[in-house]
Design a protein around this ligand. Structure first.
Ligand code: NAI
Ligand code: NA
Length: 395
């Protein structure tokens, strides 16, 4: 079929398999261009199909020759209906890994469930024995709790008082005021259950109990801090409470891994266009201004550049892992640079529908958004009939 983007709100309903393959190939080429990193050999990535998780899988495999198992929750294709992008990304990743003889298998299902954890552990036992690095990179709006059977929904709301600020509809470029009512205590609790650290610790606990964690195993989850303009809705909002919980969980996991000499880290990453971040009010406007400035300064990075730097300049340097005073790895350092943030702040005050095209990188935002779904790549023939029924070899 001929596949075109079909936008609805913050998502695109279609995905292009050739474009997703191109996106994966570009990321592999980038990692290879940076040279070998003496990194992990057996890696489990939870949330491996898009965004930071996919970049982590690619960096492990093509930067350090790691065997990888990827867990994700994606929709497979059916005749006349495309899969979700993470499905096509994972199919392409496995193909590329196979070409160079790298082990790669994937599990598609709900990572919050006991079944998927057990399935993953059984696969590790059968194929790899143990795991050296576990990347936890889930972004989900819901979690079915495995113990209680309750379906929790996360929300993106401020806490305490109504938040009013600018936002942009990145499809139209319209800058408007948005007001978000404060969260209830239930909203806060639910968001922490979905995006906090409980499931991360359940994974590590289950893996430890079944003996599939290698001595010295490391686990990493991703967090975000960001600037003042997004603070009320992000870091001091419901999602921020979940990130606080995630960051606290790292210390608990580290203590639970003492006898294995294991360690849990949180890495604070840069704001980037992903399916998860596009849905957060205010963030797209911030990102479009940030991109403009970081590109002008020559310090712009995407997910793959961020994770390659995390591996090569933080985790696997041969020296101690540098962290901030709260024990977090910081690869948001360039985003948070004082000069960068001062410029964003001043652009933020000026931003209107009329000038955003000039002062912000709306085009870059839109390009990245299209790219998430496999659209907008050079050297992909979007007019050609293409096979939507691309399968993942290990599934
Ligand atoms: P993403 O939406 O690109 O990736 C989410 C991944 O989780 C996908 O692989 C998806 O299949 C998987 N997933 C979702 N629900 C699942 C489930 N129930 N079972 C199994 N897999 C499931 O998101 P992104 O942006 O890469 O986020 C990953 C982490 O990075 C999140 O913790 C996020 O808060 C964090 N982060 C994101 C930043 C951003 O600007 N995008 C900045 C800093 C941190
Ligand atoms: Na991810």
């Amino acid at each position: 079929m001929i596949i075109e983007p079909r936008m609805r709100g913050f998502i695109c309903l279609t995905a292009h398999p050739d474009g997703c393959a191109k996106s994966v190939k570009n990321q592999i080429d980038y990692v290879k261009s940076k040279g070998h990193v003496n990194g992990p050999k057996r890696v489990l990535v939870i949330g491996a199909s898009t965004g930071f998780g996919l970049a982590s899988r690619i960096t492990s495999a093509f930067g350090s020759d790691a065997a990888t198992i990827g867990v994700f929750f994606e929709k497979e294709p059916s005749i006349g209906k495309t899969a979700t992008p993470g499905w096509y990304n994972s199919a392409a990743f496995e193909n590329e890994a196979q070409k160079v003889g790298l082990y790669a298998k994937s599990i598609n299902g709900d990572a919050f469930s006991k079944e998927i954890k057990q399935k993953t552990i059984d696969l590790i036992k059968a194929d790899l024995g143990q795991i050296d690095l576990i990347i936890y990179s889930l972004a989900s709006p819901v979690r079915l709790h495995p113990e209680t059977g309750v379906l929790h929904r996360s929300v993106l709301k401020p806490i305490g008082k109504t938040f009013t600020n600018k936002t942009v509809d990145f499809h139209t470029g319209n800058v408007t005021q948005v007001s978000i009512e404060p969260a209830t205590q239930d909203d806060i609790d639910n968001t922490v259950v979905v995006m906090g650290g409980e499931d991360w610790s359940m994974w590590i606990e289950a893996m430890k109990n079944d003996g599939v964690l290698a001595n010295g195993a490391t686990t990493i989850a991703y967090s975000y801090i960001g600037p003042e303009v997004t603070e009320a809705v992000y870091r001091k909002g419901t999602i921020g409470k979940a990130k606080d919980h995630l960051e606290d969980t790292a210390f608990q996991i580290t203590s639970s891994l003492e006898e294995l000499n294991g360690k849990a880290y949180v890495s604070v990453n840069k704001a980037l266009v992903t399916q998860a971040s596009s849905a957060i009010p205010v963030i797209p406007l911030y990102i479009s201004l940030l991109y403009k400035i970081m590109k002008a300064e020559g310090i712009h990075e995407g997910c793959i550049e961020q994770i390659q730097r995390l591996f090569s300049q933080r985790l696997y340097t041969g020296s101690a892992v540098p962290t901030d005073e709260q024990g977090r790895i910081r690869i948001d350092d360039w985003e948070m640079r004082k000069d960068v943030q001062e410029k964003v702040k001043s652009l933020w005050e000026q931003a209107t529908t009329e000038n955003l095209i000039e002062i912000g990188d709306l085009a870059g935002y839109k390009q990245d958004f299209l790219n998430l779904f496999g659209f907008g790549f050079d050297n992909v023939d979007y007019a050609a009939d293409t096979n939507e029924m691309v399968m993942i070899s290990s599934i």
